[in-house]
Ligand binder design. Structure first.
Ligand code: TTP
Ligand code: MG
Length: 398
């Protein structure tokens, strides 16, 4: 193995919305299930969000008019999407991924990249980590994920899609080109129907054929995009896995000097971490819809829990009680803590928020207090103030 190569995973859930419904309704299992708008006996005007693999055999697919799905598969079961449920499931799945590494870049509700280069020592090879992740998601969520393992994002993404459902495809470093060569050019990122047509016209249908072209020739025919396609076709993709992309996140974590058993120490540490996160959110003029707490035991068992809220938060007063609630179930008697972390993600900008104007008086008071404290810490440094009220059982709000 090339020592400098990265290990990137792409995780993508199988038939996500449909799989959640089949999990929750055993009577839907093994049947063609279509999640989308009301088909109204074939007169519906909406579209298919997704469908089970059983329905795909009839030619039904995402983004298809629901009326067409009805014609192809009149015996199918049609249900409405329940977005809240899928979002909650997605949160829990992302938490599972997050337990393996901080370098998680969620790309959509059911898909994420992970850079596990740094945690191979802790959790084993990329393949091992991929198997563990699949197992964990199946055990805790009753759902199947497909995973691709490769030395970069593009190849990992292609790999995760190749053996769906329940796929696991590993592309060893150095074999990227060999892996890509026989695949259709439509698999290249950035090749939509239009570019595909152009490429087919010049006789290119497989990635290997495109890779065999002179780079300059591709640039001449396709412009700047030609250079990028040439690189992808050669399995070259340097883009980092960036948790700050997609759902940007702000987080702080600490590894204790000595493993900690005292709940009061955990409480105070969590509070300090939360203060830092809240300050950074406010400094960046964003609020977090999602709060995540990460907890690692002395033996490296790692757990995370997160919750997504309709109203985004940026104050310690709001985030801390939630973080504390999330930490509770992770603490097990007789276990000592090695690491504790708090993260805010799924960020909303102040501008967006102002448009919504959703805030009540209580929250505004929190924000004024937070603003004053920020001034003081700016002038006197962190730790100038501790919030006594939060260090002791809270009084009932007036
Ligand atoms: P995908 O991962 O594209 O599809 P999928 O998970 O249903 O199936 P696959 O096994 O092929 O990955 O999208 C994830 C979810 O996003 C999907 O379950 C429903 C939703 N979605 C839409 O609502 N509309 C769309 O056009 C697509 C593509 C997805
Ligand atoms: Mg999917």
């Amino acid at each position: 193995m090339v020592p400098t190569s990265r290990t990137i995973l792409h995780v993508d859930m199988d038939a996500f919305f449909a799989a959640v419904e089949q999990r929750d309704h055993p009577e839907f299992r093994g049947k063609p299930l279509i999640v989308g708008s009301d088909p109204k006996g074939g007169k519906g005007r909406g579209i298919v969000a997704t469908c089970s693999y059983e329905a795909r055999r009839f030619g039904v697919h995402s983004a298809q008019p629901i009326s067409q799905a009805w014609r192809l598969c009149p015996s199918g079961i049609y249900v409405h999407p329940e977005m809240d449920k899928y979002a909650r499931t997605s949160d829990r799945i992302m938490s599972i991924l997050f337990a393996f590494t901080d370098l998680v870049e969620p790309v959509s509700i059911d898909e994420a990249f992970l850079d596990v280069t740094g945690c191979r020592r802790l959790f084993g090879s990329g393949e091992n980590i991929a198997r563990k992740i699949k197992e964990c998601i199946r055990e805790h969520e009753g759902l199947n994920a497909s995973v691709g393992v490769a030395s970069n994002k593009f190849v990992a993404k292609v790999a995760s899609d190749l053996q769906k459902p329940d796929g696991l495809v590993i592309v060893q470093p150095g074999t990227e080109k060999q892996f890509l060569d026989p695949l259709p050019i439509g698999r290249l990122w950035g090749v939509g129907k239009k570019t595909e047509g152009t490429l087919l016209k010049i006789g290119l249908s497989r990635i290997g054929q495109l890779a065999a072209m002179e780079r300059a020739e591709l640039v001449r025919r396709l412009g700047a995009a030609g250079a990028q396609l040439w690189e992808l076709a050669h399995g070259i993709d340097d883009r980092p896995v960036s948790p700050e992309e997609g759902f940007k996140s702000v987080g702080h974590e600490i590894t204790f000097e000595h493993d900690v058993e005292d709940v009061q120490v955990l409480h105070d540490t969590l509070l300090r971490l939360t203060e830092k996160v809240a300050q950074r959110l406010r400094r960046n003029r964003v609020r977090a819809h999602t709060v995540t707490v990460k907890y690692r035991e002395a033996d490296f068992s790692t757990y995370t829990r997160r919750e997504t809220l309709r109203e985004p938060l940026d104050t310690t007063e709001a985030i801390f009680p939630l973080a504390w609630k999330l930490l509770g179930p992770m603490l097990r008697r007789g276990k000592r803590a090695r690491l504790l972390g708090v993260y805010g993600s799924n960020l909303a900008s102040e501008e967006k928020r102002r448009q919504l104007e959703l805030f009540d008086g209580g929250e505004r008071r929190d924000r004024r207090l937070a603003g004053a404290l920020d001034d003081i810490t700016r002038r006197y440094g962190d730790g100038a103030i501790t919030r006594a009220a939060l260090l002791h059982p809270r009084r009932k709000p007036e």
